[in-house]
Design a protein around this ligand. Sequence first.
Ligand code: ZN
Length: 139
Amino acid sequence: MKHLRKELWFNTKSRRDYINITPEVERAVAESGVREGLCLVNAMHITASVYINDAESGLIQDYDDWLEKLAPHEPVDQYQHNRTGEDNGDAHLKRQVMGREVVVAISEGKLDFGPWEQIYYAEFDGRRRKRALIKIIGE
Ligand code: ZN
């Protein structure tokens, strides 16, 4: 069995950001030499997500607006979590909605996507160094 482990690092300028990481994941698949297998990508932080959807700017704005309605950042004192002195109570909740990880099949050496599927890293408490994990197994 072949396998590859790789970390992607981020340091977003804004608190929230949505980054298409499909090219990086495709490069990792090529690097792994796996033709048939599975590719896992997960956020390594509890205030960020990895998800799959369309690479469309309107949709990204819709996600951000929707998440901000569900769990607004302000006022920060509305969250019990922030009584610890943190201000990222909303980010924990946003991550829960958008998920921790994705798994994509690898077929004939390529990510076996459905139509328009792209892999995104979603940051909900950025402006510091954070990472996602890529793990590829197969043969
Ligand atoms: Zn926190």
